[in-house]
Design a protein around this ligand. Sequence first.
Ligand code: FE2
Length: 209
Amino acid sequence: MSETNPLPYQPADGIKNGVSEKAMLIHHDKLYAGYVAKKDEICDKLAQLREKIIKGEASGGNATYSELRSLKDAETFATNGVYLHEWYFDALGGDGVTDKAPELSKTVSAKWGSVENFMKYLSECAMATRGWSLLAWDTKEGELKIYNADAHNQGGVWGCLPIIVLDIYEHAYFMDYGSDRKKYIEDFWKNFSWGVAEELYKKVSQMKL
Ligand SMILES: [Fe+2]
């Protein structure tokens, strides 16, 4: 059984003056933990089916419907559900001070004119998605890119490594903000840990494929 990644702060400090402790706990302890459990379950079932396929006791490779198709689709949904939530939760609980990411700020400013411009644009991108907005290091192009994903396993670009991950599913904010998605995004930035993003940027920006 895989372990869930614990919140690196008290739930009430996740998004101060915004998302409630109750909502943070439901999001982390129920929803995210559910993805971790399902990822394990899918992995176990795939291992069993793989053995049968190798032994010639099962085929299953049908692209309209088959157990193998369902499991392989669910595998990417659950796995990205785990990873994306871990990046998202890890960088909350901060103070929104961009000075803590000097290298990232420099590259962001070179591309978008200023950190403020970048935040404004990513926030607008977040208004235009149904799932996730990300700042990622594109290892093919060797530069920062903003990508949207309507679902965990839809919209991701191969070879891109996340640096800032914003969960914009309604479950992330509706309990506290109702339909005021814009306010939730504003509070996300106020409580974003730029130091966490800086560390990720330093690691991933070395990579060019
Ligand atoms: Fe979420």
